[in-house]
Ligand binder design. Structure first.
Ligand SMILES: [Mg+2]
Length: 251
């Protein structure tokens, strides 16, 4: 019996960095009547998860937010809705020195592989406090540009992953999102987030069902599958919506 349904964000419940559609927000609000729901992502809360997903769910009339668990930056932060507001439960940040080493390793590797664009849409490397993220075309690139880039750079993304790893082997490097690479302290991945969620709720891994679009080895959802949580692989948010219509219908 599943108690928590957990979701990756980008390409699992939303189109990369875009607001959740009313259809998806409605399905998640309906799901909250039957299950605790967790959203775990490499992105941050204030800039991405809140405006793009949480706010859309909040707008569904009658929604109960007390069963929603939000885990930004791979679960290094954890938010719950308490006394009418979103409250940070814990946070685990990188030091300034660690972040400087990571910035340097990413920039050098990306330039070496000709993966450093001249006119990015926003920052290419972003400090997310507990995580540093490289976005090939910049944080604010359009979904169309990002999908085109991802299609053209499948092999190169692996090379970048290896090059960064060789420079800073003490950190964890993962291909993420559509054009991104996430760097965190070792052991900080979505499996870590799931363990924190289990600690906080008392739920076992057998009681969690996880949806993700990057469940293959090397993908940022793989650690969840690897720890033995039941997973459903999707390619786009519409696949998840279709599955949720089924789950909601029988719950
Ligand atoms: Mg994803």
């Amino acid at each position: 019996m599943k108690k928590i349904i957990a979701f990756d964000s980008d390409d699992t419940i939303v189109l990369s960095k875009m607001p959740a559609t009313p259809r998806m927000a409605g399905l998640l609000a309906e799901l909250l009547k039957h299950y605790d729901v967790c959203i775990i992502s490499g992105t941050d809360f204030e800039g991405v998860i809140y405006p793009n997903t949480v706010r859309q769910i909040e707008q569904v009339p009658g929604v109960d937010l007390s069963r929603l668990h939000i885990m930004p930056t791979c679960g290094t932060r954890y938010y719950r809705f308490q006394d009418g507001e979103w409250r940070l439960q814990y946070q685990e940040d990188l030091t300034e020195e660690q972040k400087a080493r990571i910035f340097e390793a990413i920039e050098t590797s990306a330039k070496e592989l000709d993966m450093w664009v001249d006119n990015p849409a926003g920052e290419i490397i972003e400090d997310r406090l507990s995580q540093v993220t490289y976005s090939a075309l910049g944080q604010k690139a359009t979904p169309e540009d990002k999908y085109a880039w991802a299609e053209a750079n499948k092999e190169k993304r692996k090379l970048l992953n290896d090059a960064v790893k060789a420079r800073i082997p003490e950190f964890e490097i993962r291909t993420a999102g559509t054009t991104s690479l996430d760097v965190t302290k070792p052991g900080i991945d979505k499996a870590y987030g799931m363990k924190k969620l289990m600690e906080a709720t008392g739920v076992t891994k057998e009681e969690i069902l996880f949806f993700g679009d990057k469940l293959e080895e090397g993908g940022n959802d793989f650690p969840v599958k690897n720890m033995g949580i039941d997973c459903i692989a999707v390619e786009r948010w519409e696949d998840t919506a279709y599955a949720l219509e089924g789950i909601n219908a029988v719950s």
